[in-house]
Design a protein around this ligand. Sequence first.
Ligand code: RIB
Ligand code: CA
Length: 377
Amino acid sequence: MRFQSQSLNRREFLRTSAATLVAGTWPALAGPAFPLPEKNVRYTSGSPSKPQRIILDTDPGVDDAIAIFLALRSPELQVEAITPVSGNVPLHFTLPNALRLIEIAGRPEIPVAAGAALPLVRRLVTAAYVHGNNGLGGVEFPEPKIKPAAESATDIIRRIVRANPGEITIVAIGPLTNIATVLKADPAIAPMIKSFVLMGGSLSGGNITPAAEFNFYVDPEAARIVFDSGVPITMVGLDVTNKVLLRESQVRKLEAAQNPVSQAAGKIMRATMSRIKPTKDETVVAMHDPLTIASLIDPSVVALKDHYVQIETSGEMTAGMSVGYYRGPVRRSPPMETGIPEEPIPTEEYKPNCKVAVGVDPDQFFRLLLPRLTANA
Ligand code: RIB
Ligand code: CA
């Protein structure tokens, strides 16, 4: 098991921590300065005999497409519903794309319920420059034959969670508008949700601004509602997903396999490779959403660490930033001077609200992904 993380080694960590304890300053470190949790920590995960029941909220999206295929080809997961949202491209593409993807995967029985077309309070920002105008890399697939569910995303999530309290994990791999809408419409549902597993956020810089990751940037208010919900959260952010990069040789494996899923995945990835500019000397596609799904199938592919994460919603330049503390004190920005006699700068007690993925084994991820997409169904 080979983890990639930015943490210091143990000796450096202890030296730095000691310095921090003495100086009381925040260690200015490159990346998380703590040892990764022991590998043998067991996480709850599904099994073919008792699959994890999930609702998949998504903005397909080229990496969403790979994630959806992986989820639908993994017996450890039981996909109860798919709820498209506007994000990478508008809902009028993400909805039919979700229908196309379950048809290609031969799973027309899975309900697809339309979600939000717009963020809660902001204008929609999309990412067609990465995902193509149609959201699937520009690859043209036939119009889907199946129709969306009659229910809205909010209604189907509320119905399934309320009918199965404590059983349903909501996996969100796009902006969190649908999830926040459920929590606003039905606050009493939060304790019935088993957990949120999110592709989103970053403790080490953004990908659409220097501060924010795309999913949280598109709807920061929705992300804040989710992180304030009290529901157990696993955050799979850019800290790990940027280390899981699909390369030419792996695209060729997808293209070589003769099944509808790998052929579609190969076409979408080939089109995406030709669209995005090469990173240094090769073109790679980050597996943001597929890693999030893989962490449900095999939790040991990532290393998790408790954090308190809060989402910036009022920054002119930082909206959507996920600010993560792995220890206290938690500080808000200094209050404006009002002339009132000196008040202590408020700090808050450290109370973790999520587990953040801080380490990843990319090889283990691809050993899981590729056989499942290339196998003959
Ligand atoms: O920042 C990466 C995330 O934004 C992924 O979910 C990708 O599909 C886009 O939605
Ligand atoms: Ca996505």
